[in-house]
Ligand binder design. Structure first.
Ligand code: NAP
Ligand code: ZN
Length: 350
């Protein structure tokens, strides 16, 4: 076993504090990573504050991890010491079920092991639940370690490991490409990556935001159109307009108003996960053969494809680098939608 420094919450209302954690001894296929940067995803906040229930404490969030390989187990073939690597939301899956065999490990039928807050044996993670990337080091089995291509700084690559893949996967699945009209609801961490990636895929991109305050940024990221949803006229103007709508907002939205913005055979994909059920009117679905769907991160192979795509197109996240003692304040700003567009912790400050 080895020790690492980390930032943890002791309970749902606690402040972050520096702790020492243990990582397992390197198994044959394990990679020890020196973490350089860890992004702050809104899911970290939902989990650490136990808003989704089932949180284990101490809680060390962080599933947007970028760093370099410090050591490898004797059977590791995919990575070498010194490689620039990343870890996203998952650190293992069964590998043999139907969905794992389709390289969709995030939908593992036995349950993927998430990077933090998954119940595991003491051998996998001392303490019995996984501890994430707000730490100096992590040990991950080689198949769940991604290569970060040259040409992307580690700091702007870190958020790609969750925000990037979470939007890339549905954009690819539902075919964002030239001739397709894609709308992105909410331009935060996920949303700004959706704008950049959808634009790079050649789609015509529209942002549907609370207000026009981030309009200039949206255009800079590649959106052709930008609307404030506080203006109800927008919903009349854009009726039956989009092929694909990516909803990154976790608050309850008037879902039927947004569904009506889909043209024939259009799909609205839910990424944010509010607690309340969605009350969709059947006639809104039937009226244009519309679909409502959801998507969860992306498989490991597709995550590597996304990293390569972003490197080839010069895409990184827009970030604000913070030190570890600023995490509590950063959480407040994320909750207040006051982030442009991802906080990234410099783990050298832990
Ligand atoms: P974020 O950075 O906080 O962005 C969310 C954006 O939603 C905000 O920037 C804001 O955009 C908009 N928004 C916030 N509150 C709103 C409200 N009350 N009404 C309308 N719009 C509101 O969060 P994130 O990290 O992108 O994550 C977004 C959600 O996706 C979270 O719930 C997270 O847990 C979830 N998530 C899901 C997956 C998955 O695999 N499905 C993966 C990662 C995260 P505007 O200011 O532009 O309106
Ligand atoms: Zn995330």
């Amino acid at each position: 076993m080895s020790s690492a420094a980390a930032y943890a919450m002791a309970g749902p209302d606690a402040a972050f504090e520096k702790v020492t954690i243990e990582r397992r001894a390197l198994g044959p296929h394990d990679v020890l990573i020196d973490i350089a940067y860890a992004g702050i995803c809104h899911s970290d906040i939902h989990t650490a504050r136990n808003e989704w229930g089932g949180a284990g404490y101490p809680c060390v969030p962080g599933h947007e991890i970028a760093g370099t390989v410090a050591a490898i187990g004797p059977a590791v073939s995919r990575h070498q010491v010194g490689d620039r690597v990343g870890v996203g939301c998952m650190v293992d899956s069964c590998g043999v079920c139907e969905t794992c065999l389709q390289e969709e490990e995030q939908y593992c039928l036995r349950g993927a092991v998430m990077t933090y807050n998954s119940r595991v044996s003491e051998e996998v993670q001392p303490g019995g639940h996984t501890l994430g990337g707000y730490a100096t080091q992590i040990v991950v089995t080689e198949n769940f370690v991604l290569g970060i291509p040259e040409g992307i700084e580690l700091s702007v690559a870190a958020p790609l490991l969750c925000a990037g893949i979470t939007v890339y996967s549905p954009l690819r699945h539902w075919g964002a490409r030239p001739g397709k009209r894609v709308a992105v609801i909410g331009m935060g961490g996920l949303g700004h990556m959706a704008v950049k990636i959808a634009a790079a895929l050649g789609a015509e991109v529209t942002v549907l935001s609370h207000s026009l305050s981030k309009q200039d940024d949206g255009k800079r990221f590649g959106a052709q159109h930008y609307y404030a949803t506080s203006d109800k006229q927008v919903f009349r103007e854009l009726r039956s307009h989009f092929d694909l709508i990516i909803n990154t907002v976790s608050a309850d939205l008037p879902i039927n108003d947004y569904m009506k913005l889909l043209r024939l055979d259009g799909t609205l994909v839910v990424l944010g996960l509010p607690e309340q059920p969605l009350a969709v009117q059947p006639k809104v679905l039937a009226g244009r053969r519309r679909s409502l769907s959801g998507s969860m991160i992306g498989g490991i192979a597709q995550t590597q494809e996304m990293l390569n795509f972003c490197a080839a197109h010069g895409i990184g996240a827009e970030i604000e680098v913070i030190s570890a003692d600023e995490i509590d304040g950063a959480y407040e700003r994320v909750v207040a939608s006051d982030v442009r567009y991802r906080f990234v912790i410099d783990t050298a400050t832990i």
